[in-house]
Design a protein around this ligand. Structure first.
Ligand SMILES: NC(=O)c1ccc[n+]([C@@H]2O[C@H](COP(=O)([O-])OP(=O)(O)OC[C@H]3O[C@@H](n4cnc5c(N)ncnc54)[C@H](OP(=O)(O)O)[C@@H]3O)[C@@H](O)[C@H]2O)c1
Length: 315
């Protein structure tokens, strides 16, 4: 495993991180059950994955609870990243709201610490910007929690450059967590160069485009989970069909290296300047093991050019 420093922090994160959204299960994902989820975390530890990303909203607390259970005895050896700013009154997708007020965050931290069976969170990230709460209020609350030792570092997710700039007026931010994969490259326009210049680490979420870059879906797939609901990402319509066409061509390049498409997609992402880690969404020990094949080898310059050509083709 390779490790990279996360922004200006002293966190040395494994380049493949453990994305714990999937193990949270319903209402977003289906899982193979708690035993398989716990084993996948244990497998990740064995293989040198030290970075675990979760959020209260993943399974409405369940993902954090599972991580707490599985990581308790390894607490000092792992880096736990969780989030704040999404709250719910009912355990339903439609009931989730953005809320990054002082009162709400202080309550969220206590609940996360309890579920994660820990007395500190290494990286605490604002999940989505809350347009109704001044960034000053959010940042001052996080800085207070940092002073009290409840969180070690502050990160943000899904923030624009302007929102990061505003946050930096009040204190240090060590990371941005954007959606970033071969198929979702908007971040390269503005946030990536900004973060490189300001030494802010990039934690790529949905590095396999939530499964599309594994090659296991085709143009006829109808997703029954959150992916079929058009909330985030492109899993229906013309853009999806265009993605599938690209995926098929890129899979041929992966074959040349005797690698899976997923391994090539993660390797490509880790090759992009500014990237600290790719948090891959996994639920089984086998997936964790397979994804390890993404590190320790290089895509040739010629194939990198070939991949760029495929990705730049229009819909
Ligand atoms: N900050 C945010 O707003 C935000 C948003 C989304 C995600 N995230 C974070 O990013 C992490 C990853 O994102 P993600 O879950 O959307 O997507 P992802 O990592 O792009 O893809 C996950 C999907 O890939 C499949 N997969 C993984 N390894 C595989 C393997 N070796 N073979 C076959 N299939 C494999 C899983 O399939 P199965 O479903 O069949 O198991 C799963 O559906 C999340 O867990 C979460 O920590 C953050």
């Amino acid at each position: 495993m390779e490790y990279r420093q996360l922004g200006k922090s002293d966190l040395n994160v494994s380049v493949i991180g453990y994305g714990a959204w999937g193990i949270g299960g319903e209402p977003f994902w289906s899982t193979e059950g708690e035993t398989s989820s716990i084993r996948s975390i244990e497998k990740a530890i064995d293989l040198g994955i030290n970075f675990y990303d979760t959020a209260p909203v993943y399974g409405f607390g369940y993902s954090e609870e599972l991580l707490g259970k599985a990581l308790q005895s390894k607490r000092k050896d792992v880096i736990i990243a969780t989030k704040c700013g999404l709250v719910w009154k009912k355990e339903e997708l439609k009931a989730i709201r953005k809320r990054a007020t002082r009162e709400s965050i202080l309550e969220e931290i206590e609940l996360s610490l309890k579920r994660l069976c820990t007395d500190y969170i290494d990286l605490y990230q604002v999940h989505w910007p809350d347009e109704d709460t001044p960034i000053e209020e959010t940042m001052n609350t996080l800085l207070q929690a940092q002073k009290e030792g409840k969180i070690r570092y502050i990160g943000v997710s899904n923030y624009s450059v302007a929102q990061i700039e505003e946050s930096l007026k009040f204190g240090q931010i060590v990371s941005l967590q954007p959606m970033y994969s071969m198929l979702e490259r908007d971040v390269e326009q503005d946030r990536l160069p900004f973060c490189i210049e300001n030494e802010i680490g990039i934690i790529c979420y949905s590095p396999l485009a939530s499964g599309v870059l594994t090659g296991k879906y085709d143009e006829n797939t109808k997703f029954k989970d959150w992916r079929g609901q058009g909330i985030i990402g492109n899993f229906t319509g013309e853009v999806y069909v265009s993605h599938i066409k690209k995926v098929k061509k890129i899979a041929e390049i992966a074959q040349k290296y005797e690698k899976t498409l997923a391994q090539l997609a993660i390797n490509w992402l880790l090759h992009q300047q500014g990237v600290s880690t790719a948090i891959v969404g996994v639920k089984t020990p086998d997936q964790v093991e397979q994804n390890m094949g993404a590190v320790g080898w290089e895509i040739s310059n010629n194939d990198l050019k070939g991949i760029s050509g495929i990705l730049e083709e229009g819909c």
